[in-house]
Design a protein around this ligand. Structure first.
Ligand code: SAM
Length: 340
């Protein structure tokens, strides 16, 4: 069975947020004091999450990314990885992490069948990292990158959210760091998603500015062809170094979006900007079979009309997409809950 939404977009890729909790307080995602955690009783077990993923695969999902919150905070995560790695129709099983806890678990994740890893690194400077995350763990991030390399997760993707006046003077250094370690840097435009309470259009460094900054340092940059639904546009330096830019703000790619999200409490979201999700955990706990869950998901996907990032372009005097009070009342608005 293959499901198409109202714009003809298939359901190919899934982000599973295994926890809304995070050990960092990044200013652009989960600023201190902005969060209400999901109630523990409503959190899906890893077995339940695996069942929901199985239902998604019946509809054509072949790419699964485990995320959060910080996924490594979830105990026994390797059991989920193992269960997902056994699903034959999943072609790509990846994880996004801040890497702080990777030294303890990278080997086991690899052995359990995780194929790819993306690590967030917004700065190479420990003091900046501490200022932006409210935690002093930059050394652990670097140790986490080494652990991922040693476990065989190479090349890594290294995600950098670019913010004007915060880290836009480090793009060349980050690209060099990625290149020297054999990894792929991916520069992400600062998005006005829930949690980004201090978002301002002036703080967004657009794709064209990012390319200009890098061109000054490295010379001509070539644009490479990319797959329609991939979030990153790929570029190459003259020495062959490839990097990505995710232009969700200046050039949204909703038209090719084949991505759904499942939250740690088993809700299905069909857009990063969506306010409401479809509860899948209640029917699962009431005894729904995998096929019945797939039918529910199929129904929601077929009525999907979302193009959140595109719609945001129309907003006059664009500011944060949620205010602090809304975020406290509706934790699913936060990117740390929906899964980045
Ligand atoms: N904790 C993990 C991590 O740090 O990679 C996974 C979850 S995090 C929400 C996933 C990704 O979302 C990270 O790469 C993060 O930088 C990105 N992200 C969060 N808020 C963002 C924002 N306002 N704009 C752009 N990217 C954002």
């Amino acid at each position: 069975m293959s499901s198409l939404d109202r714009h003809g977009r298939p359901l190919r890729s899934l982000r599973v947020s295994v926890t809304d909790r995070c050990n960092l307080r990044c200013s652009y995602c989960l600023p201190e004091g902005s969060q209400v955690w999901l109630p523990k009783a409503g959190i899906a077990s890893l077995e339940e999450l695996a069942t929901l993923v199985r239902a998604m695969t019946l509809l054509g999902t072949t790419k699964v990314r485990i995320t959060g919150g910080e996924p490594l905070l979830r105990r026994d995560l390797t059991t989920l990885v193992r269960a997902l790695a056994e699903i034959p129709t999943i072609e790509d099983l990846a994880m996004t992490t801040n890497a702080v806890f990777l030294p303890e678990i990278a080997d086991r994740l690899r052995a359990a069948g995780l194929s790819r890893m993306t690590i967030s690194i917004d700065t190479l400077q420990a003091s900046r990292y501490a200022a932006n995350t409210q935690r002093d763990s930059h050394g652990k991030l670097l140790a986490g990158i080494r652990a991922a390399e040693e476990a065989g997760f190479t090349p890594l993707k290294l995600n950098t959210v670019v913010m004007r006046g915060t880290n836009d003077d480090e793009l060349a250094a980050i690209l060099r760091f990625a290149r020297d370690h054999g990894h792929q840097a991916r520069f992400i435009e600062y998005m006005d998603v829930g949690g980004a309470l201090n978002w301002d259009a002036d703080l967004v460094v657009t794709r064209s500015e990012i390319l200009q900054l890098l061109e000054k340092e490295f010379g001509p940059i070539e644009s490479l062809a990319t797959r329609g639904s991939a979030p990153a546009n790929l570029f190459s330096l003259s020495d062959g170094t490839v990097f990505g830019v995710i232009a969700s703000v200046s050039a949204p790619f909703c038209g090719g979006c084949d991505r759904a999200r499942i939250t740690a409490d088993g809700k299905l979201f069909t857009c990063l900007y969506a306010a409401d999700g479809l509860d899948l955990l209640s029917p699962l706990r009431a005894g729904a079979t995998v096929a019945e869950l797939a039918t529910l998901i199929d129904g929601r996907w077929r009525e999907r009309n979302d193009q959140g990032a595109q719609d945001r372009l129309e907003v006059a005097d664009r500011g944060p997409s949620a205010q602090a009070t809304e975020l406290l009342a509706k934790p699913h608005l936060g990117m740390h809950t929906k899964g980045g």
